[in-house]
Design a protein around this ligand. Structure first.
Ligand SMILES: Cc1ncc(COP(=O)(O)O)c(C=O)c1O
Length: 402
């Protein structure tokens, strides 16, 4: 039987232990993959085995985390503690910041754009040519026009190009005898391919000509890096963002995809509490994963802010190591300061496949996420050199099985 046949759900219950055996082989495959997982922004350095006893119960955080829940099977206090921590990190006003645990960075982005749409119904979305594809998807769902703004050589949105696009739109509105339509801006804090940081404050200034603005900081991976960078990188609510989203399974580390979104409470549309739900609900869902909120809380509680800061430092050090190692094998690395993304010449397909590298056109990238060590980078570089032939001045050993 093929793998797909084994998974077929039949009319009758499967024999005892059959599903468990299948899950065991899935677990083995996932563990094998994780030893060579270099190209995607997920942190695999966590152990939530202790949360196993939570699996036999339903944890449903329906509605706003700050709202009530007559059903009782929720973990909203854990979600609120997580949001309170992130509000401090994103420098929001604790008395006026709303947030919730999302299903991932994409839901946070959709939430941010929907707020922008609510506040400025005629404004287009401005995002850079390096923004995540989810921006196009969210703009399409919300039926918002998307204006793509060029980025600089590193991959960050060019504020001058945004200024020109907004001025053009302002002039167009004026010619049509309309008041300015405003601008909803997506600042990508940590672009997907190069890790570049858009400057939230500079983009807000650049968009003045458009009239009122809503700036969403799509900080899926890079928010946690910007927060702990050795220099100030403008990414958060104090820097001028109106909403900020991050992924939970990226830098923080979580076995289920999740994320966090926050915004000042006064920007939320007014909503009455629903009697059936026992809560108001500004989220994009109704039922939400309380398990994700608990897992996220556990990881943050164990690490603390200082633990995350040293995790970020270690990842940056590994990125510097990767730049040196890739240069020595002639792979032409590039690295945006303070990011943990290193791009380099696209290796042969079998190397990309073996190390799960993400590639686009003639370049590939790796991310020095917390589970990636300098030793792993060295083994990958040896594999690369073996497939291209090492430069004569730096002979490297043959690839080693991990
Ligand atoms: C900049 C950016 N925004 C949004 C996302 C989507 O996040 P998620 O996969 O958590 O939905 C990603 C994912 O890589 C990203 O890089």
């Amino acid at each position: 039987m093929s793998g797909a046949d084994v998974l077929t759900i039949g009319d009758r219950p499967s024999p005892d232990g059959h599903a468990e055996d299948i899950l065991l082989s899935l677990t083995e495959r996932l563990h094998r993959t994780s030893t060579r997982f270099l190209g995607y922004p997920a942190n695999l350095d966590f152990d939530h085995t202790a949360c196993g006893p939570l699996l036999p119960v339903l944890i449903n955080n329906a509605g706003d985390p700050c709202g009530g829940d007559p059903a009782g099977l929720h973990a909203k206090p854990f979600e609120n503690a997580t949001i309170a921590w992130f509000t401090r990190l994103a420098e929001g006003d604790p008395a006026d910041t709303y947030g919730y645990v999302t299903s991932g960075g994409s839901e946070g982005l959709l939430f941010g754009l929907s707020l922008g749409r609510h506040r400025l119904p005629n404004a287009p979305v401005y995002a850079s040519d390096q923004a995540h594809y989810g921006v196009r998807k969210a703009a399409g769902l919300l039926r918002m026009e998307l204006v793509v703004v060029p980025s600089d050589a590193d991959g960050a949105m060019d504020p001058d190009a945004l200024r020109m696009a907004c001025e053009e739109r302002g002039a167009h509105d004026a010619r049509a005898g309309r008041s300015p339509s405003g601008a909803v801006i997506v600042a990508t804090v940590g672009t997907t391919m190069t890790g570049a940081f858009d400057d939230v404050a500079a983009l807000r200034r650049a968009a003045r000509a458009a009239g009122d603005t809503h700036v969403h900081s799509d900080a899926a991976l890079g928010g946690l890096l910007a927060a702990f960078a050795p220099v100030e990188l403008p990414w958060n609510l104090r820097h001028g963002a109106d909403s900020v989203s991050v992924s939970g399974h990226k830098f923080i580390g979580c076995p289920v995809p999740c994320g966090i979104v926050v915004t000042p409470r006064h920007l939320l549309p007014p909503l009455a509490a629903d009697e059936y739900l026992g809560s108001s609900d500004h989220t994009l869902d109704c039922s939400r994963s309380g398990l994700a909120a608990v897992l996220l809380w556990k990881r943050l509680h164990e690490l603390g802010t200082e633990g995350l800061r040293s995790q970020a430092r270690r990842c940056r050090d590994t990125a510097a190591h990767a730049v040196g190692a890739l240069a020595r094998v002639g792979a032409n690395p590039r690295h945006v300061p303070h990011s943990i993304t290193v791009t380099f010449d696209r290796p042969p397909t079998e190397v990309c496949n073996r190390w799960h590298l993400a590639a686009q056109n003639h370049r590939a990238h790796l991310l020095t996420m917390p589970h990636v060590t300098p030793e792993t980078i060295d083994i990958m570089c040896a594999d690369l050199a073996h497939h291209r032939g090492p430069p004569p001045s730096h002979p490297l050993s043959a690839p080693t099985e991990m």
